[in-house]
Design a protein around this ligand. Structure first.
Ligand SMILES: [Zn+2]
Length: 124
């Protein structure tokens, strides 16, 4: 009988759980750290979704910038989830090194799209 691995497919060092994949995994910590330095925001270790909300609320940034960081966080989680699935079901392994760049480019695309929607709404 084959037993499937219950280790996190992203780092392979911890048992996979939702809080591990999205918050506690070293890959997520590293990415979140890069995002906070990119935005010159305070880094905080996250162990729950509530921690993330607290982090977001306490940022010394304008509401506009906070909502951008909110979107970037969702982009990070989406990218991590995608990375995990690619490692499990994909035919080739995706490089961890490209994850941050992916988040940056997806965030720009998301922001551009969002800003276009907002400006269209303003004109209507
Ligand atoms: Zn992990």
């Amino acid at each position: 009988m084959e037993i499937e691995s219950i280790l996190c497919p992203s780092c392979g060092t911890a048992v996979e759980s939702t809080s591990h994949i999205f918050l506690k995994c070293n890959i997520v910590k590293e990415l979140f750290h890069k995002i906070t330095s990119w935005w010159d925001a305070n880094y905080m270790e996250l162990s729950s979704y509530e921690d993330w909300i607290e982090w977001l609320l306490n940022l010394r940034l304008s509401p506009k910038h906070k909502s951008m960081l909110e979107g970037i966080s969702y982009t990070m989680w989406w990218t991590i989830w995608n990375f995990r699935n690619m490692n499990i079901f994909g035919s080739k392994l995706q490089s961890k090194a490209s994850l941050f760049e992916e988040i940056v480019s997806r965030s720009f695309y998301w922001c551009k799209f969002r800003c276009e929607v907002l400006s269209q709404r303003d004109m209507a």
